[in-house]
Design a protein around this ligand. Structure first.
Ligand code: CP3
Length: 345
């Protein structure tokens, strides 16, 4: 089906566009009262994610209510470990928690490379319903966690400041680490391809915990696996968002991916020079700038757009939107991108 607002896809193709497309990481859920109303009708996040009609509804909400140029499917990166045999719980106000974790090769034997048409069909069904509901208004983004980030949760069992258990395994049992990363990668490739078949127009790989590894380990335990994903998923554009991976930008430039996400600590001009026009750049307003006064928010958004001028750019925040920001500020950010980028382009 022809997509009516295909700004985002045209920027990626390298076409000239009227203005910069804009969406927000973690735009589905969290910030909208309309999301919280749907969320209150079920037992929690997991039930919502597993009810395709509701997942589709909250995926479309930001398109209707905020005016973003893309939808991102409402789900979580942790559906992959669950499909492999390691279920998770979402603890209110605390985040994800895994009752069982991976620490030995015996644990690994309990896992499988998942068949997404079986164990992740609820996400695929949500994608199919979202496509119907969007009716071609904007592109739909599919996503998965990068293998290293998924590995970190599967070994650690929860979020952590240090992920010391996960990082210990890289030193104590690198072979086991590679075996697990390989299984996650195989599952992720199948999963992303299935999302594309279901209707995703592009996909994003979130390496949220890229920044906690030293460069040589990042190359060995993360970049190699992201590369395999980028090489395998050729049907649609792929975005790589590796938070905190300044040291790996040269490797990221060499990945066969189309879009590179910048977090808000990254200096736009430095990254731009490093990428030499080979990648579309996505980002990177400080998510906390949405707490600023309107005046400051507008100014910082314009400054960000000015710095990306000359690059193919998709406006976004430098990480997920924080749950307690006002939807009015989010709208102001989006409106500013739309108006100002039309003037400067
Ligand atoms: O972008 C979107 O809005 C689509 C949905 C989406 C969710 N999680 C829904 C969610 C996406 C893209 C994610 C990705 C995700 N999940 C990442 C990568 C991006 C990032 O932020 O770095 C990570 C690391 C996770 C793991 C995760 N899920 C954590 C740490 C938490 C708890 C804290 C938090 O961020 O809310 C979650 C829970 C989660 N995932 C919620 C939502 C809407 C909140 C659950 C609730 O409603 O109670």
């Amino acid at each position: 089906m022809q997509i009516k607002n295909d700004l985002l896809l045209r920027v990626i193709k390298g076409e000239k566009v009227e203005r910069t497309p804009v969406w927000l990481m973690r735009q589905a859920g969290r910030i909208l009262p309309e999301y919280r109303a749907v969320r209150a009708s079920v037992s929690g996040f997991i039930e919502l994610a597993k009810t395709p009609e509701l997942a589709a509804e909250v995926t479309i909400q930001p398109v209707d209510l905020l005016g973003v140029d893309a939808a991102i499917i409402f789900s979580d990166i942790l559906v992959v470990p669950e499909a492999m045999g390691l279920p998770y719980e979402m603890i209110e106000k605390k985040g994800p928690w895994f009752p069982d974790t991976i620490g030995s090769s015996a644990d690994l034997k309990r896992l499988q490379i998942a068949d997404p048409d079986e164990s992740l069909n609820y996400v695929l069904e949500a994608i199919r319903l979202t496509k119907k509901g969007l009716n071609g208004r904007v592109p739909l983004i599919g996503f998965a966690g990068a293998p290293w980030t998924i590995f970190a949760y599967m070994v650690e069992g929860s979020g952590s400041k240090t992920f010391s258990k996960a990082r210990a395994m890289l030193y104590q049992n690198p072979e086991l680490a590679h075996q697990l990363l390989d299984m996650i990668t195989k599952t992720t490739i199948k999963y992303l391809k299935a999302q594309v078949v279901a209707g995703a127009n592009l996909v994003q790989v979130f390496d949220s915990w890229a920044g906690i590894l030293p460069p040589h380990q990042y190359r060995e335990f993360s970049m190699e696996y992201i590369k395999r994903i980028c090489e395998a998923v050729t049907e649609v554009p792929v975005t790589v968002f590796a938070k905190g991976a300044y040291f790996a930008l040269e490797d990221i430039k060499n990945l066969p991916c189309d879009v590179v996400g910048l977090d808000w600590n990254m200096d736009i001009r430095t990254v731009s020079a490093q990428m030499e026009g080979e990648k579309v750049l996505q980002g990177n307003l400080d998510p906390a700038a949405l707490y600023a006064s309107d005046e400051v928010l507008i100014r910082q958004t314009k400054e960000m757009l000015d710095q990306f001028k000359g690059d193919r750019h998709i406006a976004n925040l430098g990480h997920g939107v924080y749950p307690d920001v006002s939807p009015e500020k989010v709208k102001l950010f989006i409106e500013t991108v739309k108006e100002y980028s039309g003037v400067i382009s």
